[in-house]
Design a protein around this ligand. Sequence first.
Ligand SMILES: O=P(O)(O)OC[C@H]1O[C@H](O)[C@H](O)[C@@H](O)[C@@H]1O
Length: 547
Amino acid sequence: MSLPLRCDASPVWAALQTHYRNHGAQFDVRQAFANDEQRFARWSFKAPELLADLSKNRIDDATLELLLALARDCGLEAQREAMFTGEPINLTEGRAVLHTALRAPAQASPVGAEVAASLQRMLAYADALRDPSSGITDVVHIGIGGSDLGPAMAVQALQPFVAPHLRLHFVSNVDGHDLFAVLRQLRPHSTQFVIASKTFTTQETLANALAARAWFVQRGGSDVARHFVATTSNVAAAAEFGISTTFGFWDWVGGRYSLWSVIGLPIAIAIGAQRFEELLAGARAMDEHFRRTPLRHNLPVLLGLLDVWYRNFHGYTSRSVAPYHQGLRRLPAYLQQLEMESNGKRVDREGHELSYATSPVVWGEAGTNGQHAYFQMLHQGTDVIPVEFIAVRQPYYGDAPQGELRQRLDDQHRKLLANCLAQSQALMQGKSTAQARGEAAPTASPTLDPDVLARHRSFPGNRPSTTLVLDQLTPRALGALIAMYEHRVFVSGALWGINSFDQWGVELGKALCNSLLPRFGSVDVAGLDASTAGLMRYLLDSSHSQA
Ligand SMILES: O=P(O)(O)OC[C@H]1O[C@H](O)[C@H](O)[C@@H](O)[C@@H]1O
């Protein structure tokens, strides 16, 4: 595939800038609803396992036409095909990007046979381990970044499906407090360790694995070979580490796209082979939707285009994700890696510096918790931050609660959904100072000018949001949701002309850490900048200790 057009080289880019100035900047969502009774119907989209309501966004047909024209100029469809067919689109690492092959039918991909064999071996192992006769009650998954966030997020999301006798623990941080807090709950003979690292060179993971092994042996554990397995694309390094049972995968699976591979082993142990296959099936359905649906009705495409519209024309710097489901509380952290590591780039594929912004900051918290923390800023702060609400229609608790408890939980679910809708409504509607002026404010000082108070109590409104709705948080629905996010990140990255699949920005800090570490032994600050030297001295000088 020849290099596609970069977005700012398309004449549509300049047309969008003009369109933003003349139209987009003044666009009022409230007015758009007043003008079009069908707005919800026209701006809601069905994709596998999902309904997405885009109607509360600052978008209309004229804007969408231009964004679609931009996508075509940037060769989005050809870029998408290049990914699905395994072209080496990750140019800086000389790799294909084929995580979609991990959930494709075996006959549909050139790597299908090896993928199927790897999956079957992993699932057989997972099912054997999750059988109570294995004697394993605790699984400790040690990995970081892409070798942690996906599995940790998914296991949490699918908690009601987890075998009741099993506890899954995720240890990622090099901070020993993370590991120790887990180890203190465990007994060696009933604990299984999974060491997950694509490269098997990651400092945090190797340090935690060594400490875990030390604990295991110290606490009288026997059969290290059985209790430690590895998931990695560097089987040789795992063997050198002393792990003989290894589940391997391929360099064409990016770390942050790897939960569908053997990196998903803890998910398979937690929910079992059949449900893991359902997770894959949900993702596969979304892949098909992304690959085959015309751009205008293609959910990841529409969301990716909206991201470009907001980031590059409205100038919004962040997007907040608010999953109204406690099981999805790690989704924002997962999405931070997916989106910011993929699209946090400042040069195009040919290394030319970009003149436009790329990845927004992605952040968030489960609803309703976020409402009581930072939603103040979303409603009344000086920045406009598009919010993405995720609602789940039906709760599912696993063991069906009965009687009054059931009624109360159902009532809580209605409250959860009402909160979710109310927040997007409030962001959009706002409240004028005139409205605020008319309201009683019993707590205000009697000497405060009512107009001043009304200005404090007013909301600008016209703040955009998207609402995604899942029917139930099942493995299939989760698979579709995550795959949707993967493809959406692909879309904005494709328009920006960047390589969404490398992560060179994490390397410098790692290299500097490796050179600083040996200096800690002797407090050797020679040649260091004054700040780093001063901090190192302070950290290592025990005379500051309060104890
Ligand atoms: O799976 P590993 O090779 O241990 O890598 C773990 C993580 O660390 C790296 O620094 C990258 O930033 C991530 O993309 C990766 O997922």
